[in-house]
Design a binder for this molecule. Structure first.
Ligand code: FEO
Length: 162
């Protein structure tokens, strides 16, 4: 059995993952609107992953007999910039989510909650990958920032995401 405090923190993380889903969906719509379909595809796939993350927390709470409490999802930003600005935001957002996951892992240790600690290991590893992937894209985008047609090259590459 996990504590009420832990259940509350995990429910909060469901909201953070759903916000991530919403944020990446908004970014996808932003690039669809400019016909950067490859970038939009990458972001839609990323949004799907975020929904998957939310559902892992959802399932875990069910498994440990705690109620899933869904709360309001904040609206994503109305204004989004070019590739450089958006992917800088993606990196920042993933670093924030990494902090959330680390805080949850700290709480599990503090509460000697081995089940939740073990459950969170997958997310600790996933965040390493997510931050690395986002940073790699951001670094590439910075390289072509002032190259004519640079964003179209990036768009083609991002569109290759399977
Ligand atoms: Fe669910 Fe991108 O962290």
């Amino acid at each position: 059995m996990i504590s009420e405090k832990m259940a509350e923190a995990l429910n909060k993380q469901i909201n953070a993952e759903l916000y991530s889903w919403y944020l990446y969906l908004a970014m996808a719509a932003h690039f669809e609107d400019q016909n950067f379909t490859g970038t939009a595809k990458w972001l839609k796939l990323q949004a799907n992953e975020e929904m998957g993350h939310a559902m892992k927390f959802f399932q875990y709470l069910n498994d440990v007999d705690k109620k899933v409490q869904l709360s309001k999802i904040d609206a994503p930003p109305e204004k989004l910039g070019n590739h450089t600005e958006v992917f800088e935001q993606v990196v920042k957002h993933e670093l924030l989510i990494t902090k959330n996951i680390n805080d949850l892992a700290d709480l599990a240790v503090a509460e000697k909650d081995h089940a939740t600690g073990n459950f969170l290991i997958w997310f600790v590893n996933e965040q390493v990958e997510e931050v690395a992937a986002a940073k790699q894209i951001f670094e590439k985008i910075k390289m072509v920032n002032n190259v004519p047609g640079g964003f179209f090259m990036i768009d083609r590459e991002l569109g290759m995401r399977a």
